[in-house]
Design a protein around this ligand. Structure first.
Ligand code: SAM
Length: 293
């Protein structure tokens, strides 16, 4: 593992980003993973071709009013008591700014994507329409929405529980209709206890396992909003590779640690080898009603 900036001046702190180069943005790397530290819009143009884009950007959500949206991410997504985790960046754009920004980074990702590469982008109910607009405005083909259902969501008296988030998915142009069949939904909770949540909006590893399984075996996955590195851990565990970008130092460090650990586990044979074989045929996913376009 090549790691990590040792002095403030090397860290690419915001002032340093003015003269960002691929080398100065490189934070840490191993055999199967690379973490860049910086703003995705600045770093993406320096990267090489990728086989899939799977990412969980800041939603800029968490309320109906401007005042709700501009609260600290820990308060929006964890309520009081979540302040023990580091805040993350870029979560307070209004509707138009979120659409513009999303179209910009999605377009930069499309420039890197191999023909037919899959795209998966997390969002919530408030930002779902804007996210599907942005995916198409950027030039991706929008192909569907995968619901992530959280059965233990907080009940609300007189209301429906807010019990799902969504993954908007698509492809870089036409995509082949071959390979395994992948499930179109996920049921499960996010890590929540203090000892297994390291990032305010950390996603469940088994959900990322499912998404990453749609990337080509051995392929390179891009996550331009890496957080604690869950996408990368799933990629490495399944024999794929990851290139990620994270703006906040603390999260870049966390991701680098998690990816290095995953790589060690993989090289010792602990990788779960997901999706290297015809998993879906074995699970019977390619049989059944094929009418659901
Ligand atoms: C929703 S979180 C990702 C969480 C991740 N999926 C996990 O399981 O840990 C989004 C991350 O993107 C980072 N981020 C926000 N704006 C960014 C930008 N412009 N460039 C790079 N990273 C950014 C945030 O600091 C945050 O850690």
């Amino acid at each position: 593992m090549t790691c990590c900036p040792s002095s403030e001046s090397e860290k690419g702190a915001d002032a340093g980003e003015r003269s960002l180069s691929r080398t100065s943005a490189l934070y840490a790397a191993g055999e199967r993973w690379t973490v860049f530290r910086g703003d995705s819009l600045r770093v993406l143009p320096m990267l090489d071709r990728v086989d899939a884009v799977i990412t969980d950007p800041p939603y800029s959500s968490g309320g109906a009013m401007r005042g709700d949206r501009t609260r600290a991410p820990s308060r929006k997504y964890l309520g009081t008591g979540g302040d023990y985790l580091p805040q993350f960046a870029g979560d307070n754009r209004d509707g138009r700014a979120f659409l513009t920004w999303s179209a910009l980074w999605l377009s930069a990702c499309l420039d890197l994507a191999a023909p037919g590469a899959i795209l998966c982008v997390f969002t919530d109910w408030r930002q779902l329409p804007t996210t599907t607009d942005a995916v198409q405005a950027a030039g991706w083909i929008w192909r569907g929405v995968i619901p992530w259902i959280k059965p233990a969501a907080r009940p609300q008296r007189g209301r429906f529980a807010s019990a799902s988030e969504f993954i908007v998915w698509g492809s870089a142009g036409p995509m082949a209709a071959d390979g395994p069949c992948h499930p179109g939904y996920h049921i499960g909770m996010a890590p929540h206890a203090r000892d297994n949540r390291e990032h305010i909006t950390q996603k469940p590893l088994d959900l990322l396992d499912m998404l990453v399984a749609a990337a080509p075996p051995g392929g390179l996955v891009l996550d331009p909003f890496l957080g604690s590195g869950t996408t990368g851990v799933a990629a490495i565990n399944s024999g794929r590779r990851i290139v990620g970008i994270e703006r906040v130092d603390e999260h870049a460090a966390l991701a680098a640690r998690n990816l290095a650990e995953a790589e060690t586990g993989f090289s010792q044979g602990r990788g779960r080898q997901l999706a290297l074989g015809p998993v879906s045929e074995a699970a019977g996913l390619c049989t059944g009603d094929a009418s659901g376009e």
